[in-house]
Ligand binder design. Sequence first.
Ligand code: PRP
Length: 206
Amino acid sequence: MVIILQGAALLQDLTIVRDSSTSTPQFRSAVRRIGLHLAAECSKHLPTTEVRITTPLEETTGCTISGQVVIIPVLRAGIGLLDPFLDLLPEASVGFQGLQRDERTLTPSEYYHNFPPPNENSSYIVIDPMVATGGSMSATLSRINELNPRKIVVASLIAAPAGIARVMEDHPEVTLVIAAKDRGLDKKGFIVPGLGDAGDRLFGTS
Ligand code: PRP
């Protein structure tokens, strides 16, 4: 399932992150605000359990998120979305998947992998601002699938049609939540119109 978010505040922040004249601090804050929209949508797809509680007036039925939630930022750029996800899901655990895409072959190689111990009730949310060819996301999802997850949700700011197709073909079980579906990829494998290199713009390394 692919979900593309909508809304005026979201579109305004997407415009800020796409604009090449946006400064690093402004870019970081806009990514963080978009992350709140993504986190809210992702949270709708987590498993829940009914609980009985007592308000100051009477007993009623409430709801809690079932099992462990693990957020996996794909390094580096995924770090830019971590804070808003932890704001909405403060009890989540965090694991890290370090991938670097080869500029020539566009193939990702893993340089770091550190996931918390799984249990049979673990649900995973993978965060990365960009899904371009989909290679990095598909590799991350394969790592998670080794752990027999209960549910996997993916959140990204922008995705290219080829990347969406790759992720959904390799991992049809995931729910993919994005803020925008862009036109395509250029010759270097960058999303167009896109926002450039999210990692460089988040961390001031361009
Ligand atoms: C970017 C981006 C994704 C990946 C997308 O990361 O953040 O992880 O490329 O490309 P793909 O869909 O074609 O695999 P990059 O490898 O540039 O690393 P960085 O986050 O450290 O900048």
